[in-house]
Design a protein. Structure first.
Length: 190
């Protein structure tokens, strides 16, 4: 199984002992602010099982992230979508995604780990493009996307098909990064 290392982090396949801290993270209202609901333990375990299943099928996915001083802090990695997005061009798109426990916020871990995941996607998997998306108000994730060099594709913004009509979380902004632009990170906003 694939393991990615950065100067401060290890991105690795999931272990059974990751499930309890993952469930605690998914039950944190601050972490889940831009998602439709908090996840109970059964829902969180089901999500972890889907992530592990993706690893079983592809050998890569949303990696468990370990920080030396904190242990398991969440996930960062690549994922093929389980639904067909309106912005799909040729084949199912691959997204870069992250979710980190509050104790890991403000340390640059999301950007550091996502850069490693993007490099893996472009250099090892040979992906032509990787996307990311979130609700418009998720400023923290949008800053990560900007720092990764991803470009907001306003024409590709969409209503998420798994979010109910009328929900303030239905509208999503789309960011794209092509392989030929990878590594061209943007400077931090002033």
């Amino acid at each position: 199984m694939t393991v990615l290392r950065t100067p401060r982090l290890v991105l690795r396949p999931w272990r059974d002992e990751d499930r309890a801290p993952f469930a605690a993270m998914n039950a944190d209202p601050a972490v889940m602010e831009h998602f439709p609901s908090l996840l109970g333990r059964d829902e969180s375990d089901a999500m972890a099982a889907r992530i592990q299943g993706h690893f079983g099928a592809h050998g890569w996915g949303l990696f468990a992230v370990e920080a030396p001083e904190l242990g398991f802090v969440g996930f960062v990695g690549l994922n093929t979508l389980r639904w067909t997005p309106p912005f799909a061009m040729a084949g199912p798109p691959v997204e870069v995604g992250w979710r980190l426990a509050r104790a890991a916020w403000g340390r640059g871990y999301a950007v550091e780990a996502a850069r490693a995941a993007l490099a893996f996607g472009f250099e090892t998997l040979g992906l032509p493009e990787i996307v990311a998306f979130t609700v418009p108000g998720n400023v923290r994730s949008r800053r990560v996307m900007d720092r990764l060099g991803m470009v907001h594709d306003a024409a590709g913004d969409f209503d998420h098909p798994l979010i109910p009509d009328g929900s303030p979380l239905r509208r999503h902004v789309l960011y794209r990064l092509r392989a030929d632009r990878a590594g061209q990170q943007q400077p931090p906003p002033r």
